[in-house]
Write a protein that binds this ligand. Sequence first.
Ligand SMILES: [Zn+2]
Length: 497
Amino acid sequence: MPDNCSVMDNNLQIFNSLVREKVAFKPLFPPFVGMYVCGPTVYSDAHLGHARPAITFDLLFRYLTHLGYKVRYVRNITDVGHLENDADEGDDKIQKKAKLENLEPMEVVQKYMDNFHRNMDQLNTLHPSIEPRASGHIIEQQQLIKEILDNGYAYVENGSVYFNVDKYNTKYNYGKLSGRVLEEMMSNTRDLECQGEKKNSCDFALWKKASPEHLMKWPSPWSEGFPGWHLECSAMSSKYLGEEFDIHGGGMDLKFPHHECEIAQSTAAHGKESVRYWMHNNMITINGQKMARSLGNFITLDQLFSGKHDLLAQAYSPMTVRFFVLQAHYRSTMDFSNEALQAAEKGLQKLMKAYGNINKLKPGKSSSFDIEALNIKCYEAMDDDLNTPVLLAHLFEGTRYINSVADGSGSLTETDIIKLKNLFGTFMFEVMGLLAENTGENNRGTIDKLMKIIVEIRQEAKEKKEWGTSDKIRNGLKDAGVILKDTKDGAVWELES
Ligand SMILES: [Zn+2]
């Protein structure tokens, strides 16, 4: 494992969405790294679409930590201000759900945030260092609005505050991240019906005046209202990571308008860009289709783990899902299907089995495989923009070594066996965050089968009046914590509680 001294000269290349190419990762203040990732809006159960960014940035967090960096990983919880559509119209998603379920908005938030956290723990993603909530940072958001107003990049209209995109674009470039051109966006929306209070259809809300029936609202210099959705990430990232920080991540679908607006807000407030490396994971499709509730192909993580969904042929364990996500590069599209998940399940089992077999290998006098070369290749794969499919290919190469030493067609010295075990430990568990899954259900299945055999053997012994054998089996089982009872329908057993 690299030590802290080598952190300064890491070889990590990451794809920076802002410049659209792979670049060397050089943090502002090594060995510290500041990383902000857009978290969920907690108004419904976590689904497959949440798993990919969570696993992608968990992988990055783990790898940077493994390289020796001290990472402050901030992932927010959106609990207010995310409206139903991007044009600052419609109901707040959480408030809408609160009305539907007859709950307080914060009850909705608690319920789905707990669900998200439970699912993330099942997927073995590490907790972020800080998980700030939008509703807990209203003052910081209002402060940011004041700065943007003072700098002349926003205007107040009827108690709401809007970001002046046109004005911003005369000095900076609105659209630089998403590659959109403001003039084109404006001409596309020019003919739309009345844009209400906005001077320009591309302007976006920093603060919205609340209607009397709106539930989540706070006093402000402009009106009783609530912050615009994009604002929280600018306010909370600069609060916890500084006005300039290293990495900002999120799903590709957030590039526009969310991240574009974040860049504009931070730049308008501070006079400079805040994020040095933008990273975006690609989306997951379901059997080739976009995932959407209206298409009936919306699969929550709980459904995936239990198998309870019409599209699922079986339940898939959290580690199968994690392995499935890691099998594709984070910038590639990936399609969910039962076949793909079943293949992931097999692949994971193969890898785990090989790892388990390393301990059983008998050391030879020489090595027929170059373990150090394999180790270097694993680091090269991770350094190449977190290329987990290539990393997995190298680990499968390692399983080939293990199998051939086991069947005697190859050999490894004792030192190389230890190196290989460390290599698997580092990349499978520490970096990729996989876990050996021995679920109670799996164990139970095996126990059921074994007990069936034992009970049959004892029954045969009894029929032959071999009482010594039948007593030996019953007493032996008792010592192992299994209680056997003879009934008129034959022997039944239960585990001692
Ligand atoms: Zn965000």
